[in-house]
Design a protein around this ligand. Sequence first.
Ligand code: HEM
Length: 311
Amino acid sequence: MGWVAVVGTLVLTVAIFLSFSNMWAFNLFSRRPAEAVTTPDTTAQDAQSEKEQDRIEEGETQSEEADSPQTTPKASASTPDVQVPALNLEEPQPAQPSQPKTSASSSSLMPPPPRISTQQQQRRQPPKLSPPGGQFLVPPKVKSLAPLRPPPSAAASLRAPPTASAGSGLTASTLAPSQQRPSRKVVLEPGHSPLDWAALASNPQNNLRGAGLPAGLVRVTPSMLKAHHGRKGVDAWTSYNGKVYNITPYSPFHPGGKGELMRGAGKDSEKLFFEIHPWVNWEGILGECLVGILVSENEAMATANELDAMD
Ligand code: HEM
């Protein structure tokens, strides 16, 4: 019986020894128990040794993983130090009145927009286009020393330069109405308007060239032209651009009067005509009054000699 007690004591001793040895081995190869064993007053040297130990263990693990890369990842016995709260979307999280309201807890929520005062709101509003009085803006007045005029047209460049006839170098068309020369138009007799003349000239039955003339154009010498002075029942001829016209039928229709028109009778009126009204279409008005062409006395004499020689 005593022998059995001795054996039992030995077995118990061996068991206790084995249990202690297991704890030591577990502490040596396991991390969690080592941390658990680590006391809060662990020095920095102990922490350094632990890090080195961790690096060794990780190296060993990596080498083992490299040797057998297809093995399943091994679970680690370590647990995270930070407790992650479990979120439940279905059940609202109960309020935690125990937690104090700190800036850290409120930082997770967006702060409410700051209140804007009425003056700030008025300042933030876009500017109004109309003045507060409701009156429309008046465009600024342009103070121009020169009178406003339209830009010069293309026809202005084609006009003749101002002549000295106006004295100051200005023509009647460029002067203001108050500064222009008074009109020298005359009051025409009834039935002698420009339209009446146009109707008369458009009728081919009216012989506007004059009586006793050949059908064709007449070779008019300066002496012949001079002989048609328009007095004593003689028609008035005038030359323009090398052609001779009978102006007698047109005299009662001339807006400037018969007297003005007769200033060109028996001579060339091209210069006079252009001095007064260069814009007037001579050919368009007096086309049916064309007598012939102006030739020199020598040309007319030579032509007469040629005709006599032919006879
Ligand atoms: C040859 C000598 C001529 C003289 C001296 C003369 C003179 C005048 C004068 C002083 C006026 C008035 C201008 C004014 O103040 O408004 C006038 C107007 C006029 N004359 Fe003559 N003229 C002559 C020949 C002609 C001829 C041959 C024609 C026709 C082909 C003609 C057609 C006109 C026309 C149409 C007007 C009106 C112009 C307008 O309303 O702007 N004149 N003329």
